[in-house]
Design a protein. Structure first.
Lengths: 112, 115
């Protein structure tokens, strides 16, 4: 299974942008890059996903490297509510089915 | 979107016993996924459950320890058998959105403590 690697933790000041990196050097051509976040005592929630092109939504932006071996989740203005563990995940197709393989996650701390 | 309900939300169990966790989805889905999240760790995929066929288990997980049922397109159960303290974890159910959208939804999880 293709894997992702992320820094264990990052800090950001409130109202500033945050760039969360992810390496996925063994990604295959059909793998989607997903980002989820997990707040304490909750299941992961969807943030954004992409295949090859950069993506924007109301929550964040996803910048994907041209070779697809890395990506960056961008939170444009961090708030205290953005403090969570952010997971970079590959949605991989395996023998006619698919699965989501979680990375180790980055714990984001937002400072007031 | 999909709304997932898991029961129980938490339980404390004696070692050697078994616990069955239920996962109910508010829409029909082809595949359901079961994950384990050990304390302070990321999520690890246990198995994928397809309606009408046996579940597919990931390396390190076996059917005798984690039997799964998938009787219809909206429901699945995961049983943690012959529990030991090492099974203390959060167990999560997940599905992918229908309509060709590659977005997964997760239940709130079942926090299991084995004593």
């Amino acid at each position: 299974d293709a894997k992702t690697t992320q820094p264990n933790s990052m800090e950001s000041n409130e109202e500033e942008p945050v760039h969360l990196p992810c390496n996925h050097s063994t990604i295959s051509g059909t793998d989607y890059i997903h980002w989820y976040r997990q707040l304490p005592s909750q299941g992961p929630e969807y943030v954004i996903h992409g295949l090859t092109s950069n993506v924007n939504n109301r929550m964040a932006s996803l910048a994907i490297a041209e070779d697809r071996k890395s990506s960056t989740l961008i939170l444009h203005r961090a708030t205290l509510r953005d403090a969570a563990v952010y997971y970079c995940i590959l949605r991989s197709i395996v023998i006619g089915t698919y699965k989501y393989i979680f990375g180790t996650g980055t714990r984001l701390k937002v400072l007031a | 979107s999909a709304v997932i309900s898991q029961k129980p939300s938490r339980d404390i169990c004696q070692r050697g016993t078994s616990l069955t966790i239920q996962c109910q989805v508010d829409s029909q889905v082809t595949m359901m996924f079961w994950y384990r999240q050990q304390p302070g760790q990321s999520l690890t995929l246990i198995a994928t459950a397809n309606q009408g066929s046996e579940a597919t288990y990931e390396s390190g997980f076996v059917i005798d320890k984690f039997p799964i049922s998938r009787p219809n397109l909206t429901f699945s159960t995961l049983t943690v058998s012959n529990m030991s303290p090492e099974d203390s974890s959060i167990y999560l159910c997940s599905v992918e959105a229908t309509g060709g959208k590659t977005e997964a939804f997760f239940g709130q999880g079942t926090r299991l403590t084995v004593v």
